[in-house]
Design a protein around this ligand. Structure first.
Ligand SMILES: NC(=O)c1ccc[n+]([C@@H]2O[C@H](COP(=O)([O-])OP(=O)(O)OC[C@H]3O[C@@H](n4cnc5c(N)ncnc54)[C@H](OP(=O)(O)O)[C@@H]3O)[C@@H](O)[C@H]2O)c1
Length: 331
């Protein structure tokens, strides 16, 4: 329940969507939101950031690098990653940036890469599950999973599972799931996880899998309680990125004066990774440095059975898809 004047204003911004998700959101909220992470707070710390070669991921990499982090930029497009690494090294000289090649939608690749990373013996401060896509037609991965589900849900679930040991080694490990305000457009749909029975649409697949990410973050928070790893989900607002320019061209062009910069979209990722405060919270859904409701007004939440079904499906899909995979030999 809103109490102070700023709480009330923040609430109105959030519920109006149009006001809060645009650049107006951070422009106003920065007057009352919690302090920035301390300078140098990420020195000596490693972060694995998926989809780090462009958009919000690239901006988060720059912000974390500026705080001293070593950022492992993970993606499937090698020239894009190499270009980002070179540019980031110039933009954020306090940071270190590594290119890590892995297709998040390909389960054996994810297992091979993550097992190889775990074998490097590094303590991992944070995993940011940021990579995202929106396919206009239904596509399947080599393992037979619908592409959006594989990219947003199965790949990140497997990545999280394989990196628990290095995350726990840090003593203050953090997992951040970059989901979307678009999740409010869907409830948790466990009746057709692979989109084989209902008519496919890119927007519906996106909204459904973004809802699944938020629920998975909650489930991972329970799973890792007491292990020294906090788990967060967040949404960045409406952000001008290559992904939005490509998949949502018309909406983007109509909102150019209001759309957020990639830096504004990445702000809460960086804050969740680098600030002290989020270490004492786990399992919450954040936007602009504040926990947010996971349903819109009277939208109903999923049942316990649906949550269990999602977890069981993810566990069995990743186990089936990665049998016998050996660790990739790292650089
Ligand atoms: N922009 C927004 O308004 C907005 C709003 C809400 C939520 N988000 C979320 O924010 C995250 C970042 O999105 P963005 O807007 O910054 O989009 P973006 O510019 O397209 O960045 C997404 C990144 O993920 C990578 N990626 C996609 N599929 C991958 C895969 N299978 N394996 C490895 N990497 C993969 C992309 O690589 P390629 O370029 O090679 O595909 C790209 O580098 C996404 O999760 C998105 O859903 C964005």
């Amino acid at each position: 329940m809103a109490t102070t004047l700023t709480d009330r204003l923040d609430w109105v911004l959030d519920k109006s969507v149009v006001l809060g998700y645009t650049r107006l959101g951070p422009a106003l909220r920065r007057r009352w939101w919690p302090a920035d992470p301390a300078a140098g707070s990420m020195e000596g710390k490693h972060v694995v950031l998926t989809g780090g070669g462009s958009g919000i991921g690239r901006a988060a990499a720059r912000q974390l690098g500026s705080l001293g982090a070593t950022v492992h930029l993970l993606g499937a497009d090698v020239p894009q990653l190499d270009r980002a690494r070179a540019e980031l090294a110039a933009e954020a000289p306090a940071g270190r940036f590594e290119t890590e090649v892995c297709d998040l939608a390909d389960l054996p690749q994810v297992a091979g890469w993550a097992r190889g990373f775990a074998g490097r013996g590094l303590a991992l401060h944070a995993l940011v599950n940021n990579a995202g896509t929106m396919s206009p037609t239904r596509k399947e991965t080599a393992q037979g999973h619908e592409l959006t589900l594989a990219t947003h849900v199965l790949g990140p679930h497997l990545m999280t599972r394989e990196l628990v040991e290095p995350l726990a080694a840090d003593g203050d490990g953090r997992v951040v799931w970059v989901t979307s305000g678009g999740m409010y457009a869907s409830t948790l749909r466990t009746d057709d996880l692979e989109f084989t029975r209902t008519k496919y649409s890119g927007e519906a697949a996106y909204a459904r899998t973004k809802r699944m990410q938020m629920v998975l973050a909650e489930l991972w928070a329970d799973e890792l309680a007491g292990r020294g790893v906090s788990v967060h989900s967040m949404h960045p607002g409406w952000v001008d990125t290559p992904g939005v320019r490509h998949f949502l061209t018309v909406s983007r062009n109509l909102t150019v004066p209001f759309i957020r910069s990639a830096d504004q979209g990445a702000d809460t990722i960086t804050w969740l990774v680098a600030s002290r405060q989020p270490a004492s919270a786990t399992g919450l859904f954040w936007h602009d440095r504040r926990p947010r409701p996971t349903t819109y007004f009277r939208q109903s939440r999923e049942t316990e059975d649906q949550r269990r079904l999602l977890w069981t499906y993810c566990q069995s899909a990743v186990e089936k898809g990665t049998e016998g995979v050996s660790p990739e030999t790292g650089p």
